[in-house]
Each structure stands twice: as structure tokens, then as C-alpha cells.
Design a protein around this ligand. Structure first.
Ligand code: TMP
Length: 213
């Protein structure tokens, strides 16, 4: 049976990474074969592209170059890691995927969601996630969390002005409107334990539906 592909989305400081680790641990405790990965990155070539995109010295980077680099990293990550895992029937949990490009580059950078979708469909072909969980946190709250955490790396996109992050949030609302069946929303302003429980409910239900299909 083909595997299950779930992506996790949200603005900066939404708490995705911590929750993803907990969900991975729970699935593995059930005996599920899980690949937890992230974008941009997940494999050496894409991690190198990540360094180029997020380097805070690269303030000359053009928006289209940025969108193409994210799509290139996505393509390589998909081919090298996600497709083989899905073909082996594994569950793939991916921290960010195509919707990040639609919200950040398509909407916030004003390249147009349709244009960014087009280059990404070229990159991913038919491999859209089966389900996407959006961590809903207002940009002010998410960014305040990041600035409080002194150990967290601050990349070129974190350093964008508040107005950019507000547009990212609006971009996600638009993307969710366009694909409301695939994307489920979790209130990420709740306590971490509550967020984990809500995400767990959605993931377990997806795993069960997938098992029966
Ligand atoms: P991360 O901080 O969640 O690892 O993501 C790195 C940054 O890259 C974050 O600011 C979101 C941004 N991003 C995009 O702008 N477009 C994309 O397609 C992806 C995957 C991430």
C-alpha cells in the first residue's frame, strides 16, 4: 500500500517542530514506520540550498530566485526522500511543503499564488500531501515567541518586517480558502499539550482512514 503524506504549516513561531517530534514518537510507539523531515532541507543537497536561501547576508536575493530555490530544494527532497518512503508504505511527516511557498512567495512576496503554484506543480508533479495541518497563530504572537527564545537561529525571513509576516498569515488564509478540503486548522495559541492532542486527533484519524482505504 502507498504511504501517507502529511505536511505541517504555519507562520514563524507556531510551534510545529516540537509538536511534530511528539507526534512522530507516538506513531513509532504504535509500531508505525515514520519519516519525519523538513523543508527547505531534509537531505544534503536541499540543506545546502536552504543555507543559500536563508543566509541573512543574502539581502540582494530576488523574489523569483527565492521561489525557484525553494521549488528546487523541494524537488530534490521529494525525489530523494519523500517518494521512496511513500513507495515503501511509510508515513511521511513534513515540516512545511508547497503551501509555505504559496503563502510566503506567492502572497507575501507578491509573486502571485497561481504563478508560484505553477512552478511548484512542475517540481512536485502529482505529489500533493494527503493532508495538511495549519498551526494557527497570529504573526505578533509567533514572532514574540521567537524573539524570547535566545537559542533559536534567526534567518533572513525571520528578520523581515512585521508587515511581511502579516501578509504571510493572510496568504495562508487565502491558500486555505482555495484548498479547504486538504488543510485542517489547529489553534496553536493553546498550551503545547493541547496543541499536541488536537494534532494527534487529526493524524490518528488520517492514519485510520488510510489503513481502511
Ligand atoms: P523554518 O524556519 O520553518 O525551518 O522555515 C524556514 C523559512 O523558510 C521560514 O521563514 C519559512 C520559509 N519558507 C518559505 O518562504 N517558502 C517555502 O517554500 C518554505 C518551505 C519555507
Amino acid at each position: 500500500m502507498a504511504g501517507l503524506f502529511i505536511s505541517f504549516e504555519g507562520p514563524e513561531g507556531a510551534g510545529k517542530t516540537t509538536v511534530l517530534q511528539e507526534i512522530t514518537d507516538r506513531l513509532r510507539a504504535q509500531g508505525q514506520d515514520v519519516v519525519m523531515t523538513r523543508e527547505p532541507g531534509g537531505i544534503p543537497i536541499a540543506e545546502k540550498i536552504r543555507e543559500v536561501i536563508l543566509d541573512s547576508n543574502h539581502d540582494a536575493m530576488d523574489s523569483k530566485t527565492e521561489a525557484l530555490l525553494y521549488a528546487a530544494a523541494r524537488r530534490q527532497h521529494l525525489v530523494e526522500k519523500i517518494i521512496p518512503a511513500l513507495e515503501q508504505g511509510k508515513i511521511v511527516l513534513c515540516d512545511r511543503f508547497i503551501d509555505s511557498s504559496l503563502a510566503y512567495q506567492g502572497f507575501a512576496r507578491e509573486l502571485g499564488i497561481e504563478n508560484v503554484l505553477a512552478i511548484n506543480l512542475f517540481a512536485i508533479e502529482q505529489y500533493m500531501p494527503d493532508c495538511t495541518i495549519f498551526f494557527d497563530v497570529p504573526p505578533e504572537v509567533g514572532l514574540a515567541r521567537i524573539w524570547k527564545d535566545k537559542d533559536r537561529e534567526r534567518n533572513r525571513l525571520d528578520l523581515e518586517k512585521m508587515d511581511f509576516h502579516k501578509r504571510v498569515y493572510k496568504g495562508y488564509q487565502e491558500v486555505m480558502r482555495l484548498d479547504s478540503e486538504r488543510i485542517q486548522v489547529v489553534d496553536a495559541q493553546q498550551t503545547p499539550a493541547q496543541v499536541v492532542e488536537n494534532v494527534w486527533r487529526i493524524v490518528s484519524s488520517e492514519v485510520n482512514i488510510h489503513k481502511d482505504s
